[in-house]
Design a protein around this ligand. Sequence first.
Ligand SMILES: [Zn+2]
Length: 213
Amino acid sequence: MKEQILNSLKCLKELNDNPFTLQKVAFWLYEYNDLYKEVKNYSEILCEQCQQWKANGLPYDCLQEVDYCTKRYRYFTNFYEEVEYGIKVQELDTVCKVALEEYNTCSNNNDALLKDWLIKYFDIGYNKLAIFYYDHLDYSVNDEEVVHPHFGNSPIGEFGVCIDRKYYENLIEFDDVFKMLLYERKIYPEKLKEIEEEMQKVAIPMIPIPKID
Ligand SMILES: [Zn+2]
């Protein structure tokens, strides 16, 4: 299994054009989906040590991915899932394009129309894209550098997965408009109040993922 994992990561590295094309990443996910499932299934059978902990009512999780534990290849399934998110979230680019076209037909000072728009696309803007910008795009680099969304660092071979920004242009623009209307212009104040109240209950620290080119 370890050998297959190493090969799959090597294969991905070879596909890198820095940034990756969407097609190559999708191809890699498809090629290694069976391996992903195999590793995932394997990691769900508890090792003896984990079983013992479980029997004693303790949190069971062998730390440091020790070599007897079935969870030791999690670095691969975690990485696979991060990359897969990059492809799944990109599928929203099409609906974001439609949303932007609708937004552009709204008069900029018609707050009622803008509010309807926010309500209509709230699930995408607030739930589905919640972490996109901070986790995958914002590296606080200088403004002139073109930043490509980043979806994880390979656990082996020192490379990160950045997918070309061109596939995400509508999504990124939509995210900007959505946040501007919601947070800056406060077009939907009752929802904003609700969000702020929620935020006070759960303070989640935001830690950006370090990026490797
Ligand atoms: Zn274990």
